[in-house]
Design a binder for this molecule. Structure first.
Ligand SMILES: *Cc1c(COP(=O)(O)O)cnc(C)c1O
Length: 404
């Protein structure tokens, strides 16, 4: 039995080395970050805050967590950072529950507006019993400001959530700040997808634009270990409240071995992040344009397709997102099906696929490679060709991780 598990693991590892991974929410750590990820820390507990723990044995880890937390505060220029949430979902759960209680109004983007399930029902916000109202978007992912201001004024929500899982374009943080001040509404910006772009100024800076709090994952465009974090410019009272929701609220163990790797990932971003993020944006634009030239229905042409790592393609007339994603997988190209703006809510077979170029960018692919990938996708989906060997051959030349 255990033998079989080892075999399967080896098969997985080998297969993924031969695949073009275009899942927008994934990435790989640098060899150093990966190496130090496995340490004695993965066996330990550290309930509470550095130097104020409920267990002994943490004299070195206290310093590690303290230094890493200060590093994030300094880099993102904010007065609050907490690296303990072990996922973006739990970061949201902690912040949401600190800001509102059952029955309170909140406003989010809705799944077809790109929201993560944790903003919605039956995810975290639903579990917490909030009354959830949605912003309105047009076909081009423009948030309807007039409608938003009307809803905020009327409902006086405890918080609104901007930022999303489908996030080709920035959100209007600045534009909603004034009205949120008048209703005492906090702005949470969920940066899970775009933290690695925000990090060096290649996407909107939510805190600078007026968001009170950033919640995020640490493993999408930001190439850290899987986990979450919270950043913000908030008063002491709210800081305390959020810390209390993290522990003892939503977690006990915070997977300590993540923290050194997280520190390394931010160091790498400080040093190489500008080149990395600018290449991501160039790659995403190139892939979108090439797919469009090959007659795919790429969203949103009117807005230049994308300003992030994401490319959205409507595959409705190609069999739907589910069909296309499975067909690509057979040829070692990995994407996910996704609800897109205007879709009838059909989670099983939505019209779209969502493509992210961040991981292949880390493996040092550039615009030429994006053109090649667009060509591969055409051969598979439009010409019905079997090109798996070609894909494997192509991928074999990109095995080293850059920007570290
Ligand atoms: C991925 C994602 C999350 C959840 O992150 P996990 O770390 O997987 O829990 C939260 N919000 C958004 C917008 C996301 O895309």
């Amino acid at each position: 039995m255990s033998n079989n598990i080892l075999q399967l693991l080896e098969q997985h590892n080998n297969w993924r080395k031969n695949c073009i991974n275009l899942i927008a929410s994934e990435n790989v750590m640098s060899p150093i970050a990966e190496k130090i990820y496995v340490s004695d820390l993965m066996h330990r507990y550290a309930e509470g805050m550095p130097y104020k723990r409920y267990y002994q044995g943490l004299k070195y880890f206290d310093k590690i967590e303290d230094i890493a937390t200060e590093f994030f505060k300094q880099h993102f220029q904010c007065d609050f950072a907490d690296l303990r949430p072990i996922s973006g979902t739990l970061a949201n759960m902690a912040v949401f529950s600190a800001l509102a209680k059952t029955g309170d109004n909140i406003i989010t983007s809705g799944i077809d507006g790109g929201a993560h399930i944790s903003h919605e029902n039956p995810g975290a916000a639903g579990l917490l019993g909030f009354k959830i109202t949605h912003f309105k978007f047009d076909q081009n992912y423009n948030l309807d400001l007039k409608d938003a201001k009307f809803k905020i004024k009327k409902l006086k929500p405890k918080f609104i959530v901007l930022g999303a899982s489908v996030i080709p374009f920035p959100f209007p943080v600045k534009e909603l700040k004034e009205i949120c001040k008048t209703t005492n509404t906090k702005i949470i910006y969920d940066a899970a997808h775009v933290l690695g772009l925000i990090c060096n100024g290649f996407f909107q800076n939510p805190l600078e634009e007026g968001a009170d709090i950033i919640t995020s994952s640490t493993h999408k465009t930001f190439p850290g270990p899987q986990g979450g974090l919270i950043l913000g410019n908030i008063d002491n009272n709210l800081q305390k409240k959020i810390r209390n929701k993290i522990f003892p609220g939503v977690l006990s163990n915070h997977h300590l071995h993540r923290i050194p790797s997280l520190y390394i990932a931010l160091s790498e971003m400080k040093k190489f992040g500008k080149d990395y993020a600018s290449q991501i944006i160039k790659n995403a634009k190139t892939l979108a344009e090439e797919l469009y030239n090959l007659e795919f229905d790429v969203l949103v042409k009117e807005r230049g397709f994308t300003q992030s790592h994401q490319v959205l393609v409507n595959m409705k007339n190609k069999g739907g997102g589910d069909f296309v994603a499975k067909k690509l997988e057979e040829q070692n190209i990995i994407v996910n099906k996704n609800i897109i703006q205007g879709d009838k809510l059909n989670i099983a077979n939505p019209s779209g696929i969502r493509i992210g170029v961040q991981e292949m960018t880390r493996f040092l692919m550039k615009q030429d490679e994006m053109k090649q990938i667009a060509e591969f996708i055409k051969k598979i989906i439009i010409d019905n060709k079997d090109i798996k060997q070609e894909v494997i051959e192509f991928r074999s030349k990109f095995q080293d991780i850059g920007f570290c």
